[in-house]
Design a protein around this ligand. Structure first.
Ligand code: DGL
Length: 272
């Protein structure tokens, strides 16, 4: 018996959704690994940060972003945002996708990160993430459901980091992240820190330089690209419908002049 090919267009793109520019750090590495595909990025900068909003607001904003990407011919959308993945992925897949776009796919970033943690040698981990990601309990739940061994998970919300990173104040964001982690180290033992927000990938070098080998830093730009490559290898029925024009299109719902430098740094050398 052969699997029936889904009824999808032949010119499909890969979409990335985030509330701001954080998801671009993931797209940058994905596009390096898989340069042949056409990528569309949707950054809902007008509604940033998502991490302080209600679950329903996050759902509606994420659904709008995903739908905009589907209308731009994306067959697959990666929700490159932990807050949106934690709060909306299951609901989007089970309702919105099945009812409206049964041949498209939506992937998130929480499960691949939990899998990377399970495959590491960590026994005790600190998650730093937005308020909603922490409150969702999604990391703890997926870890409990998937891990064959006990990994202790602590989590602490760091809501001040996204606005600082988004406005380009990386030094201030880094020093706040270091203070938070040091404080947690005062009361809990952990060997690994999950940067559970795609914006925080920008802090990974500074955190590694500060903590040296005393802490392992899990950063999603080093996790998601390989997982996506692997997913596409396992899903040729989807991959075979992707167009291969090597284009990158960026849509921001609100553009600020200071974003230009960030976009240049993140996308240097690729076509916008
Ligand atoms: N990059 C998003 C995440 O991974 C930031 C969410 C926000 O806008 O607060 O959670």
């Amino acid at each position: 018996m052969t699997e029936e090919a889904p009824n999808v267009q032949k010119a499909g793109k890969i979409g990335f959704f985030d509330s701001g520019l954080g998801g671009l750090t993931i797209l940058k590495v994905v596009a390096k690994e898989l340069p042949q595909y056409d990528y569309v990025y949707y950054g809902d900068t007008a509604n940033l940060p998502l991490g302080d909003k209600t679950e329903e607001e996050i759902y509606q904003l994420t659904k709008a972003g995903v739908e905009a990407l589907f209308k731009k011919d994306c067959l697959l959308v990666v929700i490159a945002c932990n807050t949106a993945s934690a709060e909306t992925l299951r609901r989007l897949q089970d309702g919105f996708l099945k009812d409206n776009y049964p041949d498209r796919r939506i992937l998130g970033v929480v499960i691949p990160t939990v899998e990377a943690l399970i495959n590491s040698d960590s026994t005790s981990t600190l998650l730093i993430a937005t308020k909603r990601t922490v409150e969702s309990g999604k990391y703890a739940l997926e870890l409990q459901n998937r891990s064959p061994r006990k990994i202790k998970l602590y989590s602490v919300p760091t809501p001040e980091l996204v606005p600082l990173i988004e406005s380009g104040d990386r030094a201030e964001a880094l020093s706040k992240a270091i203070v938070t982690i040091e404080e947690e180290k005062g009361s809990n033992q952990f060997d690994t820190v999950i940067l559970g927000c795609t914006h925080y990938t920008k802090l990974k070098d500074g955190l590694r330089a500060h903590f040296n080998s005393s802490l392992k830093i899990l950063s999603q730009d080093e996790i998601i690209p390989n997982k996506l490559v692997n997913y596409l290898e396992r899903h040729p029925e989807l991959e075979s419908h992707f167009s291969q024009g090597s284009t990158r299109t960026i849509h921001l719902t609100l553009h600020r002049p200071d974003y230009d430098n960030a976009l240049k740094e993140l996308l240097g050398g690729v076509i916008i």
